[in-house]
Design a protein around this ligand. Sequence first.
Ligand code: ATP
Length: 347
Amino acid sequence: MATVEARDIRKSFGTVRAVDGVNLSTKEGEFLVLLGSSGCGKTTLLRMIAGLEKPTSGDVLIGGQVVNDLPPRARKIAMVFQSYALYPHMTVFKNIAFPLKAQGMRADAVRQRVEWAAALFGIELLLHRKPRQLSGGERQRVALARAVVREPAVFLLDEPLSNLDAKLRASARDELQQFQRRIGTTTIYVTHDQVEAMGLGDRIAVMQHGRVRQIGTPMEVYDEPADTFVAAFLGSPPMNLIEGKDCLVGFRPEHFLPKEAFPMTEAASVPFRVTRLEYLGADRLLYGVLERPFPEQKVIAKLPSTVTTSIRQGETHEFVVKEKDLKFFDRDTGLRTAPRPLSTQFA
Ligand code: ATP
């Protein structure tokens, strides 16, 4: 096991600053997720940690040692990418054994290690098959087994589940997490999928334009976003952000509730005109606009469908949000600011 650290690491491709000064460090055995939309620099950052890309400046440390000049194979890392290319002409056994044979390991030791890795992922019965005789999920497991067989100090995974369908993804996520807990290898995982990030990560680094905007536990980045970017990036639908008198006021759609069903004291109350209703099975989304304090600001409310309400499209109802669920942001920088008295912004 080892920790990974990036110190003020940068990478430019011509005029494109793919990674623009990232500092982060994992804890021993941690599952760290790099989350961000396409092009934000996640893969470039991962490739620099792996040694596949040379940083323009900054240092990568693995296990406390600067590894800038070490080639990938000397870094004790294993990688699985989105296109986890198995060798099609080799059996599962040979695919998993490949990195060990390349190291010159003896045949009986190779067999032992392959069987150990196959058992970890429950693919012992597939060892004689060729990749084309496997389902997507099974291929995924073979790729992971091939990555762990050398018992790496660090795992680097780049969207490894994106080739799977939605149902398989959920079970692969579960498997991956259980496996990571069991072997306790420090893992860095790249994804643009916030559900995957929230479900898998001990911590999440939210990236934008080559920088880390915030790093924290799933709860921290969701409940206490450091800025409007993180607030709007996480959550579906994202946090409502409305203009206050001298700042932006944010609240999550699930915290914005009809007063008739949630008669809360200690809560701000505003008239909300519902312009559209969407029934999503477990939830209902209510799209609309505030009538006060600043008219015509768009807001979304999310109600569990277990809550019964008589609200219809076109009607105005009083909605409430608890004071503790209001977040305040600087209008110019987007950064989180101290809470203000509601009377000055929102009532
Ligand atoms: P995705 O989720 O789409 O893979 P990403 O967040 O992983 O995106 P990167 O692949 O790291 O993003 O790319 C970051 C930026 O650097 C992008 O603007 C991309 O076009 C650019 N880039 C990446 N690799 C190269 C390269 N080899 N040459 C030139 N530009 C590159």
